[in-house]
Design a protein. Structure first.
Length: 265
């Protein structure tokens, strides 16, 4: 596991955007062999999106041969609802870049057959040879995508009920009205995440500090789903100093030294 500790959210966003741009350039994707990226919505990736859009507008990167999957969607919201994750991704990212619509794959929260929707989503991911880079945020309770505490570490894309803490936290996107937050989502599973070749998690703010502490310094535990990344061969956490504030000073020094040694600082 790599942990990149930045001073603040803006620095985290720039680091993450630079890394995504690096992956696109280094992989040299083609129509026959695209780069496959899974994305979250929410607030964590917004700064990264802004910087990737700026890079695209300056002609530094192209998304023509990138395939995107979203990681989750609320059940029962209209696809054009301003509260849906699909709408957020379109509004904040996709409509500003040169992505081909055929290369965007979004979970359907309005299907009448969720078992079929989830199975076909997993099949579609496999059809591309899997996810090359999965970018995720993390919840205050350590959830990744919508795999909340208690989720099976062997889970796949599925229908999932939200717990009250997540509903409360996400009410900020629904005019601070918990009654407007859907109680059910469709989400990729932990095994789906672990199958990705690389996983990059974005974490900022004091409210993420306990989740990061449990995931990095605690044991692998389904009550902190993020901790499963201890078993991933290429896991990367990009965080700010506030999110890292509950890590032991020796842990922070260890990961900072690793980066310094790696780049000859």
């Amino acid at each position: 596991m790599r942990i990149i500790i930045n001073p603040d959210y803006n620095k985290c966003s720039q680091w993450a955007a630079d890394y995504v741009a690096y992956k696109i350039k280094s992989c040299r994707p083609t129509p026959e062999k695209p780069l496959v990226i899974a994305l979250p919505a929410g607030s964590s990736p917004l700064g990264m999106f802004e910087r990737l859009i700026a890079m695209f507008k300056k002609g530094k990167i192209s998304f023509q041969n990138v395939v995107f999957f979203n990681m989750c969607e609320y059940v029962g919201l209209a696809t054009d609802s301003k509260f849906s994750f699909s709408h957020t991704l379109w509004e904040k990212f996709f409509q500003h870049i040169d992505i081909k619509k055929k290369n965007i794959h979004l979970l359907n929260g309005n299907t009448r057959d969720f078992a079929k929707e989830c199975a076909e989503y997993e099949k579609k991911i496999r059809s591309y040879g899997g996810i090359d880079l999965l970018v995720a945020g993390v919840g205050e309770d350590g959830h990744i995508a919508f795999n909340e505490p208690g989720s099976s570490l062997a889970s796949r894309t599925r229908l999932k009920a939200l717990n009250r803490d997540t509903i409360r936290a996400n009410s900020r996107f629904f005019n601070n009205n918990e009654n407007l937050v859907p109680r059910t989502v469709v989400t990729i599973g932990i095994s789906t995440i672990m199958d990705s070749r690389e996983v990059m998690v974005l974490a900022s703010g004091n409210n993420k500090a306990n989740a990061l502490h449990c995931a990095v310094e605690g044991s692998i535990n389904h009550m902190c789903p993020l901790s499963i990344l201890q078993m991933h061969p290429h896991a990367l956490i990009v965080c700010d100093e506030d999110a890292a504030s509950m890590l032991k000073s020796s842990t922070v020094r260890y990961f900072n030294d690793n980066e310094a040694t790696k780049f000859g600082k």
